[in-house]
Design a binder for this molecule. Structure first.
Ligand code: HEC
Length: 132
């Protein structure tokens, strides 16, 4: 094989490097594990956790009518509004990222699952515009 061909193949392979897919339908299924505590979509209102409708763009700890932990309020003051990036960081290990949170949930470790969850949550944040 000549060098040019080898480089060409290398470039094609690099371009096809797996970017994590986002699939809201898979995310909806994964959301089952959140449902014990969170409502979303047509089921509005708060349970033991706040509604996750319109999550993106709101500041952690500020949703009216929900009694957040001081830790979540402080997290919001430090970081500003929920973005997909902030959510990715949080959901991987909630109790480490927000020390003292009352969200008693271990987190979602698998990056692909986090992407799907995010895609699903974004469908319920219709006013949120992703930056870029
Ligand atoms: C055992 C109950 C429980 C489960 C399960 C749970 N949560 Fe929570 N969640 C909470 C509670 C309680 C809070 C409020 C935390 C605080 O005030 O410290 C919260 C807060 C949040 C927040 C911040 C909301 C805001 O308005 O700032 C997000 C985002 C969130 N949860 C996402 C999820 C996702 C996604 C899942 C599933 C993968 C999940 N949670 C599973 C109880 C839960």
């Amino acid at each position: 094989m000549n060098r040019t061909l080898v480089y060409a193949i290398a470039i094609v392979l690099a371009l096809n490097a797996p970017t994590l897919a986002q699939d809201a339908a898979i995310g909806e299924k994964l959301f089952t594990q959140c449902k014990a505590c969170h409502l979303i979509g047509d089921a509005t209102g708060n349970k033991s956790g706040p509604t996750l409708n319109n999550l993106f763009g709101r500041v952690p700890g500020t949703l009216e009518g929900y009694n957040f932990s001081p830790a979540m309020v402080a997290f919001g003051e430090e970081n500003g509004a929920w973005t997909p990036e902030l959510f990715t960081e949080y959901i991987a290990n909630p109790r480490k990222i927000v020390r003292g949170t009352k969200m008693a949930f271990a987190g979602v470790r698998q990056p692909d699952r986090i992407e799907h969850l995010k895609a699903f949550l974004l469908t319920h944040s219709p006013d949120y515009q992703t930056a870029e």
